[in-house]
Every structure is written in structure tokens, then in C-alpha cells.
Design a protein around this ligand. Structure first.
Ligand SMILES: Nc1ncnc2c1ncn2[C@@H]1O[C@H](COP(=O)(O)OP(=O)(O)O)[C@@H](O)[C@H]1O
Ligand SMILES: O=c1ccn([C@@H]2O[C@H](COP(=O)(O)OP(=O)(O)O)[C@@H](O)[C@H]2O)c(=O)[nH]1
Length: 236
């Protein structure tokens, strides 16, 4: 199958990794993700991945329980490293080379991230899993994804999540919400849509990185997006 993109940044939700358990790592879901990623890697697509950490810890919810916000965010960033190690392990187990990079130096858990080393890994056929978010508190992994996507010169940021696109309101709360097939960065902002944080959307807009939001929890969807099938929502 021909793919539309040569290099992508795939953002995976940490929360989705919990699967039906609600927290932690569901190995069924993890292995499904690994299979989908291997499928598109075998088509020659270069893949950089950023994973969230919401299945383990979120700084903001920690702060509401009395944790220092910066320490809570650091815990959240470490959670993304745990998820990244799990995904790299699942990929390698099925024969897909993968390398974990960390925003903050914690060798030998991963290699300290640099744009060039991540691109080199992809050029050598490995999936580059870039963990630790931006390395700074008060940011999210959506912003980390936008940043890394721009840095590694990805053609698109694919936000794989548990809804099948962007709606007029949160579809998990409002059953009357309607889906957009495409929407501009500005409209995401003016309509106050909460599917991604505004820092991430602004960074993508300023650097002309299109975003596709799609449901990663249906096996086969990642390949469909790569083939150009309009199954999610394009933000441009
Ligand atoms: N307008 C909207 N369109 C689509 N999803 C939305 C919207 N507003 C809020 N959401 C929520 O955003 C979530 C997707 O974002 P994601 O970052 O993957 O989730 P999480 O932060 O829980 O890991 C969906 O599960 C959905 O409930
Ligand atoms: O650059 C970053 C990225 C993430 N985080 C922390 O890591 C947590 C997990 O990331 P996120 O909530 O984005 O994960 P997801 O929603 O995708 O599961 C966040 O709540 C933040 O506390 C951070 O401090 N800086």
C-alpha cells in the first residue's frame, strides 16, 4: 500500500494505554498499538512517537491532591518514560526496532534526546520514541508532540486517541456533538475546543504542522490514516 507521508510524529494518549483497566498499562492495548505501528513501519514510514503519562500520573491532578505542581509534573514526565519503555519493549518483541530517547538525561534508561540522533535512529529503521515530554513542568505531552514533530521535520502530527476526531463539543459528554472532517487551527481556538491544549495548537500553526486526530483504539486505523483515508479530523 502507498502511504501519504514519509515521516510522521505519532502522539499516543497515556490514558488510552490503560485500556479497560482504567489505570496502568493494559498489555492487550499495548500490543495492539505495537502491531499497528509495525504495520506502517514495514511500509517504509519513518515514525517518531510521543506517549502521554495520564494512565500513571498527571501533575495537575496531583496538585489538586496537595502535591507540589513542579514535582507532580516531574512525576508525570517520568510516567511518560515508563510508557515509552513499555512500548519499545512491545515493538522489539515483535521484531520492530525501537529506540527510547529522554528529554532529560537519564542514560542508560534511554538516550538523551537530540533531533539528529532521533532522525538517525529513524533513518536506520528504528521507531524513535521520544519520552519525558518537553522536559519542563507546566507543559503537556501534546505540546511535547508538537515540539518534537516540528524538530524532527515530520510532515504531520497524528494524535491517536480514544475518540474518532474533533467534535463541536466533547463527544464523551455531549451526545449531540457533531464531528468535523477538517477544521482550522484558529477555529479550534475560537470555538474553545478542548481536544488539545492551545500551546500545542499554536506551535503547530506557527510552524505549519498539520494535525490529524483519529481513534487509535481501532486496529487498522493508523494504516488507514497513512493511506490518506479521511477517518479522523484534519487540523490545518
Ligand atoms: N471538542 C472535542 N472533540 C473531541 N474530543 C474532545 C473534545 N473536547 C474534549 N475532548 C476529549 O479529548 C480527549 C482526547 O484527548 P487526549 O489527549 O487523547 O485525552 P487524555 O488527555 O485523556 O489522554 C477525548 O477523550 C475527549 O473526551
Ligand atoms: O512537557 C511535559 C509533558 C508532560 N508533563 C507532565 O506529564 C503528565 C502526563 O502527560 P499528559 O497529561 O500530557 O499525558 P496524556 O494526557 O497524553 O496521558 C502531565 O500531566 C504533566 O504533569 C510535563 O510536566 N511536561
Amino acid at each position: 500500500m502507498r502511504t501519504k507521508y514519509k515521516r510522521i510524529l505519532l502522539k499516543l494518549s497515556g490514558e488510552s494505554l490503560a485500556g479497560t483497566q482504567g489505570h496502568g498499562i493494559d498489555t492487550v492495548r499495548l500490543n495492539q498499538y505495537a502491531e499497528q505501528i509495525k504495520e506502517i513501519a514495514s511500509q517504509g514510514v519513518q515514525i517518531a512517537i510521543v506517549i502521554g503519562g495520564g494512565n500513571i500520573f498527571r501533575g495537575l491532578s496531583g496538585a489538586s491532591k496537595g502535591f507540589d505542581r513542579v514535582k507532580g509534573d516531574q512525576m508525570g514526565m517520568l510516567a511518560t518514560v515508563i510508557n515509552s519503555l513499555a512500548l519499545s519493549s512491545a515493538l522489539v518483541a515483535i521484531g520492530q526496532p525501537a529506540q527510547v530517547f529522554t528529554a532529560i538525561n537519564m542514560f542508560p534508561i534511554g538516550e538523551h534526546y537530540s533531533k539528529w540522533r532521533a532522525i538517525e535512529a529513524m533513518n536506520n529503521g528504528a521507531v524513535a520514541i521520544i519520552s519525558g515530554g518537553t522536559g519542563n513542568p507546566f507543559f503537556t505531552t501534546d505540546t511535547g508532540s508538537a515540539l518534537r514533530g516540528i524538530e524532527v521535520e515530520a510532515e504531520v502530527m497524528l494524535k491517536g486517541t480514544r475518540v474518532d476526531g474533533i467534535y463541536t463539543a466533547d463527544p464523551e459528554k455531549d451526545p449531540t456533538a457533531e464531528k468535523f472532517s477538517e477544521i482550522t487551527y484558529d477555529e479550534v481556538y475560537t470555538r474553545g475546543l478542548k481536544v488539545m491544549d492551545l500551546t500545542a495548537t499554536a506551535l503547530c500553526k506557527e510552524n505549519h504542522l498539520p494535525i490529524i486526530v483519529f481513534n487509535m483504539d481501532c486496529p487498522g486505523n493508523l494504516a488507514k490514516v497513512l493511506a490518506g483515508e479521511p477517518i479522523g479530523t484534519l487540523v490545518y
